[in-house]
Ligand binder design. Sequence first.
Ligand code: 5AD
Ligand code: SF4
Length: 437
Amino acid sequence: MAEPKKLYIKTYGCQMNVYDSERMAEVMDGYVKTETPEDADMILLNTCHIREKAAEKVYSELGRFKNLKAEKPDLRIGVAGCVAQAEGEEIMRRQPMVDLVVGPQSYHRLPELEAKSRAGQKPVDIDFPEEDKFEKLKGRPKASRGPTAFLSVQEGCDKFCAFCVVPYTRGAEVSRPVQQIIREANDLVERGVREITLLGQNVNAYHGEGEGGTWSLAKLIWELDKVDGLERIRFTTSHPNDMSDDLIEAHGTCKKLMPYLHLPVQSGSDKILKRMNRSHTAEEYLKLIERIREARPDILMSGDFIVGFPEETEEDFQATMDLLEAVKYGYAYSFKYSTRPGTPAAEREQLSEDVKSERLSRLQEVITRHQREVQDDMVGRKVNVLFEKPGRLEGQMVGKSEYLHAVHLQADGLKAGDLREVEITESGPNSLRGQIA
Ligand code: 5AD
Ligand code: SF4
C-alpha cells in the first residue's frame, strides 16, 4: 500500500470551524493528519471572517507557505471556511499558489476538488449545494476520540445583526434532522465521547425535523439525554430571542444539561441594541436571565460584548457597564467594534480608535474581576470534573467542571474520560485545583 499523504489543517475562529476541520480531515481518504506544515502534502487553512482584516491575515498567512510550495510543487494549498466563502476566486488572484477554495457548505466535495487540482485545475466551490454535506460524510471509518466532542446541529443565521458577517458567509438558518444528530451522538459515544457540545451559529433557534414534526432544541436535548454513556450536554451559541420556555425549563430539570449558558447581549443600551438590530431590550435580557436563574440558580452565564459601535455615547457605554454589574458573568468575551464590508453598520460614521480602546479596557477590567470572583467562589465547593488529559506535572490530570472551569488534580489511576466529584481547594490565575471528594 502507498504511504498515506499528510494533511496539515490550521483552524481559525469558532467551534463550528473546529468541527468542520475534523470532518474535512475525515473526508480526505488517503491522508493522515500532521501538525507541521513542512512535511505536509496538503495544507488547508480553515478560515474565519468574524475578526477585523480577516482576509488580509489569511493572505499574509498564505504568503508564509510560498517557499514550501516552491520546494515542493506537488504540495496542494487550499483555503476553506468563511473567508473562502466571502472572497472566492479573489483568493487565487491575490495568491496564485492556492490550488483550491472551498466554502463551509461544500467541504464534503473536498476530495473531488483536490483531485481536480492535481489534474491542473483551480477549483473554487462556494456553492450552497442541494445535497446534504452531513449525509455525504456519514458512515466513514472513525478513530476513537477524546471525552469531549462538538456536534453541529444548526448552521447559518437569519438575524442580520448590523455588525455581523455570519448571515452572509454561513447563509440562512438550517437545522439538521433529529435522527441524523442522534445517530452521530451514538457514534461519538461509542468512540469514547462523554460530553457533547451542540453547535450552531444560532443553536437555540434549532427547529429540525423529527418524529411527529418540528423539534425544538429542548426536545432534542431530552432525546440526547436518553443516550447511554453520554454524561454531559452543552450547546452554543444562543440568541436571547430564541431562549424558549422549554429550554429554560430543561436547564432546571435535565441532569445531563450542564449549568453553563453562553448568551451574548452585545450592549446594555437600548438605543445601541436597536441600531444593532438585536430586537430585544436590556431589560428583556435581564428578565430572561432572572428566569433562567430561577430554573437553575447556580448556572454560570457567559456573554459577548461589542464596544464602540457607531453612535455609542458614554451614556450608552455606561448602560453596558450597568448590565455587566447586574449579570456578573463567569466568562465574557469583549471586542471593539470593527467594520465588516457588506454589513449595514460598516457604512455608518465610526467612533475613534482611542474611544473604543479606552471603553474596552474599562469593560474588560470589570469582566476580569467578575470572572475571578466567580471562579474564586468555587473554592470549598464540590464540583463534577470530566477528566480530559494529563497535566504538565507528573501524575496530574486536567478536566472541566460542569461550569467549564479547568480543574487540575494530583491523583493516581485517573484517566481521560473519568468523571469524579472533586472538592475545590484553590483558585489559580486560569484554573482551579482540587482533590477527589
Ligand atoms: N466587530 C466586533 N465584534 C464583532 N463580533 C461579531 N462581529 C463583530 C464586529 N463587526 C463579535 C460579537 C459576536 C462574537 C462572536 O464576535 O460579540 O457575538
Ligand atoms: Fe451574527 Fe449571532 Fe447576530 Fe446571527 S445572531 S447575525 S450569528 S451575531
